[in-house]
Design a protein around this ligand. Structure first.
Ligand code: CTP
Length: 240
């Protein structure tokens, strides 16, 4: 077997789904984005970022464990598919946008992906050749903002939309400004200064919403996922 398949089989075998465990999200639908996007420059080069996808994958797994019918839309990662989750694999921001729209309607959407903000404006189907003494210029155009688009939908907006804000300074202030600008309900603020967050095991986050400012201690990304899923279940449980 391929190593990734082997890891998935072992994870599936070890995941003890306790039939007596409470499933507060049974009957609810969830959408999660995870990982980076890759934006081609030509057939061999691309623009990307350091996202590992660990946080987003852990959130999808946590929502599924609580009973949600969960779709995980993943950019390129090296992670095994979380058990009990429907996977959609994408490469670019535009593919991710289309896959998100196709997954609607959902009760909750969590946008944990580090979507590339820009893509090349030029044709990408021919390799850029090196010419001695000159360097190429890459013109960029803006990618769709998936979180903002889905937060501002009038017809199929999920009941609860959760964004992430990866910041290096003024973390909570920038995150709150981002929440208002994009119009999501909650934003998970995390610092990506230095070596933390991107690719790390642990995360230190603050959950911010209207009248909500909850600073969580440093914990593993899996624990952040479990806690966020529990908060989502509480919120949706009180929403008819
Ligand atoms: N996001 C998105 N689509 C994009 C860019 C970001 O859905 N094209 C989402 C991310 O999944 C995350 C949130 O928006 O939930 C914030 O992402 P971040 O990269 O921190 O914000 P940006 O809008 O890129 O702002 P900046 O890079 O200026 O901080």
């Amino acid at each position: 077997m391929e190593p990734a398949d082997l890891v998935r089989e072992i994870a599936d075998a070890l995941t003890q789904i306790d039939p007596a465990a409470p499933m507060p999200l049974a009957g609810r639908r969830a959408l999660v984005t995870s990982g980076p996007t890759h934006e081609p420059i030509d057939p061999v080069r691309y623009i990307a970022n350091r996202s590992s996808g660990r946080q987003g994958h852990a959130i999808a797994a946590a929502l599924a464990r609580l009973g949600a019918e969960t779709t995980l839309i993943s950019g390129p990662t090296n992670l095994p598919d979380p058990p009990g989750v429907s996977m959609r694999f994408v490469t670019t921001a535009r593919d991710m946008m289309a896959a998100c729209e196709a997954a609607l309607p959902v009760d909750v959407a969590v946008f944990a992906s580090a979507v590339a903000d820009w893509r090349s404006a030029d044709r990408v189907d021919a390799k850029i050749k090196k010419t001695a003494g000159t360097v190429p210029t890459i013109d960029l155009v803006e990618n769709p903002d998936i979180l903002a688009t889905i937060s501002q939908m009038t017809d199929r907006r999920p009941t609860l939309v959760v964004g992430f804000a990866a910041e290096t300074e003024a973390v909570n202030e920038n995150a709150e400004a981002k929440r208002r600008r994009k119009r999501c309900d909650w934003i998970v603020a995390n610092s990506v200064a230095g070596s933390s967050a991107f690719g790390a095991d642990d995360n230190t986050v603050t959950l911010i919403g209207d009248g909500l400012h909850d600073a969580w201690p440093e914990m593993t990304k899996e624990k952040v996922a479990d806690r966020l899923a529990a908060r989502i279940a509480d919120h949706l449980g009180s929403t008819p």
